[in-house]
Design a protein. Structure first.
Length: 231
């Protein structure tokens, strides 16, 4: 079994969930939370992970020691964030975890399509955040052209035929049912089959001046050829 490589040890890990049934569909998984993100979404629920220079990190050797102790008990390991693809050490870290026999999941906002394309052969499942229509992304992330990156990432994941779940946590102001239906229509047109709408929690938003989330009627989801789950 290879020891942690120098490349993987550079992965900046800010948190580790030892067991979850929620983060990789149908599998028992651990989640590794990676530091850093190029975007600054006003409703971000993981503000503490945005910095690239955190005060405290979990050493990669500690992560690997934990995962080795869970072989046969867990099915999968999910890399989440922050934005995991922001870190150059991600591919090396995934490669090491794969050697332990776990399936690999990735939570991403699709900020770096080219990096994501290079990672696809290492992945078994992806949860991709699509936050809004492409033109509206800068109002959500604060970053020009972020919508082009996210929707390009969607296109390449669909083209790769990788197991994919598209998720939206609607930001207040972009959460009216008419807007979400327009968004879902664009997803369906591209071939998305599995879609999750996640609740936006006011108390956890980094910008507390945002208004309260729209209260979606659970029975008012559009009739589209799309499996829609609420979380
Ligand atoms: S992409 Fe995700 S982690 Fe980054 S700022 Fe937005 S919500 Fe937070």
């Amino acid at each position: 079994m290879p020891l942690a490589s120098s490349a993987a040890t550079r992965l900046r890990v800010g948190g580790l969930t030892p067991l979850t049934t929620q983060d990789y569909p149908g599998e028992l998984a651990a989640v590794i939370f990676c530091h850093g993100c190029p975007w600054r979404c006003r409703y971000c629920h993981n503000d503490h992970l945005l910095t690239t220079t955190p005060d405290e990190l979990i050493a990669w050797a500690e992560v690997m020691a934990f995962l080795k102790s869970r072989r046969g008990l867990l099915d999968a390991v999910v890399f989440s964030g922050g934005e995991p693809t922001a870190q150059g050490a991600l591919a090396a870290a995934i490669t090491e975890v794969r050697t332990l026999g776990f399936k690999i999941g990735l939570h991403t906002g699709g900020a770096y399509p080219q990096r994501l394309a290079a990672l696809i052969p290492l992945l078994d499942w992806v949860g991709l955040d699509i936050k809004a229509l492409a033109a509206d992304y800068p109002q959500v992330t604060g970053v020009p052209d972020s919508g082009r990156a996210a929707w390009a990432s969607l296109e390449l994941l669909l083209a790769a035929n990788l197991a994919l779940e598209v998720r939206t946590t609607p930001m207040p102001g972009f959460d009216h049912p008419d807007y979400l239906e327009q968004l879902m229509q664009q997803l369906v047109a591209r071939g998305v089959q599995h879609y999750v709408i996640q609740s936006c929690h006011s108390a956890r938003m980094r910008d507390q001046t945002l208004g309260a989330p729209y209260t979606l009627n659970p029975h008012a989801l559009p009739n589209l050829p799309l499996t829609i789950e609420r979380r």
